[in-house]
Design a protein around this ligand. Sequence first.
Ligand SMILES: NC(=O)c1ccc[n+]([C@@H]2O[C@H](COP(=O)([O-])OP(=O)(O)OC[C@H]3O[C@@H](n4cnc5c(N)ncnc54)[C@H](OP(=O)(O)O)[C@@H]3O)[C@@H](O)[C@H]2O)c1
Length: 250
Amino acid sequence: MRILILGGTTEASALAGLLAENPCFSPLLSMAGRTSDPRPLPIPTRIGGFGGVVGLARFLRDERIEAVVDATHPFAAVMSRNAAAACAETDVPLLALRRPPWEPQEGDRWIEAASMEDAVRALGEVPRRVFLTVGRLELTPFAFAPQHTYLVRTIEPIGDALPVPNVIAIRDRAPFDEVAERALMRRERVDVVVTKNSGGAATYPKIAAARALGLPVIVVARPEKPRDVAEVATAEAAFDWLETLHRGTP
Ligand SMILES: NC(=O)c1ccc[n+]([C@@H]2O[C@H](COP(=O)([O-])OP(=O)(O)OC[C@H]3O[C@@H](n4cnc5c(N)ncnc54)[C@H](OP(=O)(O)O)[C@@H]3O)[C@@H](O)[C@H]2O)c1
């Protein structure tokens, strides 16, 4: 069974690992190409956009894809919309592999933000030391609050994406560790953390570290994703869904 996984996440890589070991499946994992040095995967990969809904629908037909798993990041809303539209058009079964959002725990000091612009406003007028962990492509709105000092952590270099006087840029990638996160926040005298509500374990340690240090966290809510799509939360459940589909295919 020819499967297209829309990836760029830990879950997509985990599903790739499960499928690689099963000769019933011929999977292909697609990435947008935002990371210059993606981790190696045990299945074939392709990199780059498809060209919207039309391009993806053509790709599904040309490659004779029999099932799509949308395992993109919770904030990759365009790709998920395109996948739903292209799969509906081509009659290819679609499964969304979506990790549940983080929920506040006792001791958390969360400030919920509806958007990145909302998060900027929530920082307020008084200069603060901000640990900004929203990804390189979401930095621009923070240029409108240049009074703050930003500790920015990204996978790729930020270039001139955040043109403010006080930026400390560090490059690192998940998984992170709570003890190290606490040490980093203490060393850099962080006042507040800004994060997307990405969910998952790999980047959760910053949330736990902020809780331990009593720091507020501005949590940006997820964008809407298509609702009328079958959904699971783990790579294992996605594998089971594919196996069931495969058994039912003549
Ligand atoms: N947004 C985040 O916070 C975040 C965090 C971690 C990882 N990621 C990963 O980074 C990628 C891009 O995220 P985004 O937020 O920029 O997505 P997006 O806004 O939903 O997608 C923008 C465009 O990028 C292309 N694209 C996105 N994901 C793709 C994939 N897996 N394979 C091929 N093309 C893809 C598509 O181009 P065409 O229209 O030309 O097909 C899509 O229309 C995704 O794969 C996502 O899983 C995103």
